[in-house]
Design a protein around this ligand. Structure first.
Ligand code: PMP
Ligand code: GLN
Length: 380
């Protein structure tokens, strides 16, 4: 397997001291209160009593209760913390465990396209075949006929991602319902990646598992990285019916066995924060998205305004650029800015449809976004 596009472009950005609007991580620390809880949990300054040995394989009980409470508070659904929640090392491990648990060699797995890169890698490692439902500029919504065609009889698993990386779309509820109906028709399970659940600026987040008929067939991946600007902590979770959680847990035993206890304790505190905390985070990101979008528009990009998440997509074609990948690998050195070509998130056969598109991360401080825009003014 080759290094990921994030590895490559972050290394290039670092080598040229470029502003990294490629990899999606915030450039400010998460809440001090949570960092203090983590510090206390490792027992800093005391001789004994830190949470420094293996946490239970399914996660600290207080963490699983917090995930369940959070779910009830925001989505009105009850999850049994004992049997329906699994702590994971970031959503990445949850995705890996779910795919390895549910997919056997030769199985058909369907994702939206563009797709987050780890889905394709894990489907490949599981020996599955990877089919896609295309999302097209400008709304990046799945179409009913594409859903029906992709989720063919024999499909084992459908990976949904809403809010969506890299397009920033919130998948329409009708499309999600169509996916669930089709999965039930063909007997497929669903893995719903909802790591951007709290970063929605337009519309509202609808958990796939809350839709009619979905609860019994859906595993949902969540992450503290995005909601709390703590991407480096790698605290995630899977939720779903006991049968599917047990299957994912069986795999997790041999991926990591268990995930770090101190950060779980801190995230458990964060999951209890009031609604205002999460709304304020989304409002800040929306403003950053607007600023970067306006700047890129004034430079000459055609900008797609995202409804959620960390990223916006900009078309470089109006600037005379047909190959955004070539531009992306040149930009860190030439102008001191990094962005990701959208072709990194599609199969080779679909690259042409996304060839001139770049993904920019706007989860950065306003002064950093302004400086990046200043540098990009020298394009093409
Ligand atoms: N899914 C999506 C859609 C993502 O964008 C990311 C990256 N942030 C992940 C999963 C991985 O999340 P984590 O960092 O919690 O492993
Ligand atoms: N999820 C982040 C992104 O899409 C970073 C993930 C990674 O570096 N693997 O940019």
């Amino acid at each position: 397997m080759a290094p990921t596009v994030f590895e490559e472009l972050t290394a290039l950005a670092n080598r040229h001291s470029a502003i990294n609007l490629g990899q999606g991580f915030p450039d400010s620390d998460g809440p001090g209160e949570l960092r203090a809880v983590a510090q206390e949990a490792i027992g800093l300054g005391i001789d004994e009593g830190g949470l420094n040995q293996y946490a239970p394989g399914t996660g600290l009980p207080e963490f699983r209760v917090a995930v369940s409470e959070h779910h009830r508070r925001f989505y009105g659904r009850e999850l049994d913390p004992e049997s329906e929640v699994l702590a994971t090392t970031g959503a990445t491990e949850g995705i890996a465990a779910a795919i390895l648990a549910l997919v056997s060699p030769g199985d058909r797995v369907v994702t939206l396209s563009p797709f987050y890169d780890s889905y394709a890698a894990m489907i490949g490692l599981a020996g599955g075949s990877h089919a896609t439902i295309p999302l097209r500029w400008p709304d990046f919504q799945p179409r009913v006929e594409d859903i029906a065609a992709a989720i063919a009889p024999g499909t084992r698993l459908v990976v949904v991602n809403t809010p969506h990386n890299p397009t920033g779309s919130v998948v329409a509820t009708e499309a999600l319902e169509a996916i669930v109906r089709r999965c039930r028709e063909v007997g497929a399970r669903i893995l719903s990646d909802e790591v951007y659940e709290h970063l929605v600026f337009e519309g509202a987040h609808v958990p796939v598992a809350s839709l009619p008929g979905a609860g019994a067939i859906t595993l949902t991946a969540g992450s503290a990285g995005k909601s709390f600007s703590l991407t480096g902590w790698k605290v995630g979770w899977l939720t779903g019916p006991p049968e599917l959680i047990t299957a994912a847990r069986a795999v997790k035993q041999f991926l990591t066995y268990s995930s770090g206890g101190p950060f779980q304790r801190a995230v458990a505190r964060g999951l209890g924060f009031d609604r205002q905390f999460f709304l304020a985070g989304a409002a800040r990101l929306q403003e950053q998205s607007r600023c970067l979008g306006d700047a890129l528009t004034s430079i000459g990009f055609e900008v797609n305004r995202p409804a959620a998440g960390y990223f916006l997509i900009a078309d470089a074609r109006p600037l005379g650029v047909a190959d955004a990948r070539e531009l992306a690998y040149r930009l860190p050195e030439s102008l001191g800015v990094a962005a990701i070509p959208v072709t990194a998130f599609v199969h080779p056969g679909a690259r042409e449809d996304y060839a001139s598109l770049l993904r920019f991360a706007f989860c950065k401080r306003p002064d950093v976004l302004a400086e990046a825009a200043e540098r990009l003014r020298r394009l093409p």
